[in-house]
Design a protein around this ligand. Sequence first.
Ligand SMILES: O=C(O)CCC(=O)C(=O)O
Ligand SMILES: [Fe+2]
Length: 208
Amino acid sequence: MREIAPGAVHVPGWLTLDEQRHLVRACRDWATGPVPIRHTVLPRGGVMSVQTVCVGWHWRPYVYTRVAHDVNDRQVADFPAWLGDLGRRALACAYGRPDDTYDPDTALINFYDGQAKMGMHQDKDEKSDAPVVSLSIGDTCLFRFGNTETRGRPYTDVRLASGDLFVFGGPSRLAYHGVPKVYPGTGDPASGLASGRLNLTMRVTGLG
Ligand SMILES: O=C(O)CCC(=O)C(=O)O
Ligand SMILES: [Fe+2]
């Protein structure tokens, strides 16, 4: 366990292999629908290299809705209770104290192939300042965790491997972060993912 910045904690190897397999199965299922996984199109026409599927609320740049107007006009799958339980356990572990009030209502599931990356950004479309819980499965990546002011330095580079937990909340909730690189072939197929990287972030939208 390592505190990367105030309120930002990296817990290597937090998920068991069984938990990883369970999450991979659930994500495969969500990837098929009701709203299929897709490359998000940005407002100016760019296409994200990662593929994303959401549960609870659908995120598109830069708003949450129940219905995926930019994909197929279907409502996203419900956010399951077991995922909320996992989120509370994750938060309790990272911060060393239980918080029974943490009630995530959306998860963004990103799939990275060997070339995919994510530029430096803030998670700021949520109306709540509750922490973000991030879980990684499959190939290791370089995760860049920066500051709340700029996309640039200072930042800390962390390797996120299969099973790792990363929580950012409090003073780090609006820190810029991104994934400059994935290291193909570094994952263990026993996770259920033969190649690529899966990242699931839970958030509290603060929406009704
Ligand atoms: O893939 C990751 O580790 C980060 C994903 C992320 O920052 C996001 O979905 O907003
Ligand atoms: Fe993010």
